[in-house]
Design a protein around this ligand. Structure first.
Ligand code: ZN
Length: 151
């Protein structure tokens, strides 16, 4: 797949130091469309939609906001904690709007899988089907994410 000019622009905003210190792509050299297509394929196999996943992530993050120490255990299974920091983030796709800066960490007690996400990751998954590039610090491997969120 050949990268379009628009994609090249988005990709440049995803590089380390542009919108975030670590960026969104890790060591991934593939064009954006290819990264996204591969993860969409994976989701199909897992039988989960980006909407379902994003809903679940929002549900867990929201549950922590009003909880003591921003920590909560849901259904005796999901240990969820959110760390908020000052500031906001913008979408590398050039969407208007600012996203709160927080990191939610979720551990599934049944399978011991821990995943963590930024507020912006929920948007990136829901709106752009983008789970970040390979080896990016916030890369969310669809299979692992689904196991953590739904098991
Ligand atoms: Zn966006």
């Amino acid at each position: 797949m050949k990268e379009t000019l628009k994609e090249a622009k988005i990709r440049s905003r995803m590089m380390p130091g542009a919108l975030t210190i670590t960026g969104f792509l890790g060591t991934d050299q593939r064009p954006l469309a290819e990264i996204i297509a591969a993860d969409e394929q994976e989701l199909k196999k897992l039988n989960r939609s980006v909407e379902e996943i994003a809903e679940r992530m929002k549900y867990f993050s929201n549950a922590t906001f009003d909880a003591y120490n921003n920590t909560v255990v849901i259904d005796d299974t999901y240990e969820v904690h959110t760390e908020s920091t000052k500031g906001t983030m913008t979408c590398p796709y050039g969407h208007g709007g600012l996203y709160r800066k927080y990191v939610t960490t979720l551990t599934n007690r049944k399978n011991n899988i821990t995943v963590r996400w930024n507020a912006i990751d929920i948007h990136l998954i829901e709106a752009h089907h983008f789970f970040e590039g390979k080896d990016s610090p916030f890369r969310l491997e669809p299979e692992i994410l689904v196991k953590a969120l739904f098991s």
